[in-house]
Design a protein around this ligand. Structure first.
Ligand code: ATP
Length: 236
């Protein structure tokens, strides 16, 4: 059974519709990369799944439940954890405390501060530092670690690479197999098409709020992907 089944999902902000009739299915333990140009609706999709943007119509089944009936504050308990763009750590708390806050939902599972440090060794010497002195990449690792501490079944990662040095992006993506290996499904918004293709089991390309293309990286050509990304009609 699929972990996440999105059917004809429309969502937006007030009267403004940002997503139109999305159909997306993701299996347990898989990584789905969501690509698309600025304003395509990638972040809105993650927000709609986290419950911070209301759905206008459609349905979402998550782990056998009707997700749209579950209020946003209950979705973390149900196993959905979002790493928002801009990371949003608590600046006055140290790294260890930021990580521990992620565990507040009390979901059982294997993630501990020590396990997070295993997949992000760069955090070991930073555990007692206030999070506001960290570099962008270090903050990203803490933000992902904090999300993992809730033992999510579905992790929503927004704009992972944004503003990070390539070497740091590599470290963040190197942690993915350890995350999906525990059965966690990952939805990752990624601007970099090559990066998305390299890490994902499935790709969805959004264009102006609609699914323009989806498939596995192996079945999609680079030309198909770039055409969908930029909204160019593919040459026949
Ligand atoms: P980006 O890479 O620029 O973040 P995106 O694909 O994530 O792009 P969204 O941020 O989901 O796109 O935006 C989709 C549409 O919704 C855009 O037209 C955007 O202007 C609009 N939008 C996003 N956030 C809000 C908001 N808080 N209020 C109103 N409209 C919004």
């Amino acid at each position: 059974m699929s972990l996440l089944e999105v059917r004809e999902l429309s969502a937006g902000y007030g009267d403004f519709q940002a997503l139109f009739d999305l159909d997306i299915t993701v299996d347990e333990g898989k990584t789905l990369a969501i690509i698309g140009a600025n304003g395509a609706g990638k972040t809105t999709l993650l927000r709609a799944l986290a419950g911070v943007v209301p759905a206008m119509s459609g349905s979402v089944r998550f782990d056998g439940e009707d997700l749209l009936a579950i209020p946003a504050h209950k979705r973390v308990e149900r196993g959905i954890s979002m790493v928002p763009e801009g990371r949003q750590l608590f600046p006055s708390l140290n790294v260890r405390e930021n990580l521990q806050i992620g565990a507040y939902s009390g979901r059982p599972g294997e993630w501990t501060v020590d396990r997070v440090v295993e997949i992000f060794p760069l955090l070991e010497r930073l555990l007692d530092r206030p999070s506001d002195v960290l570099s962008g990449g270090e903050k990203q690792a803490v933000a992902i670690g904090r999300a993992l501490m809730s033992n999510p079944h579905l992790m929503l990662l927004d704009e992972v690479s944004l503003g990070l040095a390539p070497v740091v992006v590599k470290q963040v993506y190197a942690a993915l197999p350890a995350i999906t290996g525990t059965g966690t499904t990952v939805l990752v918004v990624e601007q970099d098409i090559a990066q998305a293709t390299a890490v994902a089991d499935d790709l969805v390309c959004l264009l102006e709020g609609r699914v323009r293309l989806q498939g596995t990286p192996a079945e999609l050509t680079r030309e198909q992907i770039t055409s969908a990304y930029f909204g160019i009609e593919a040459a026949s």
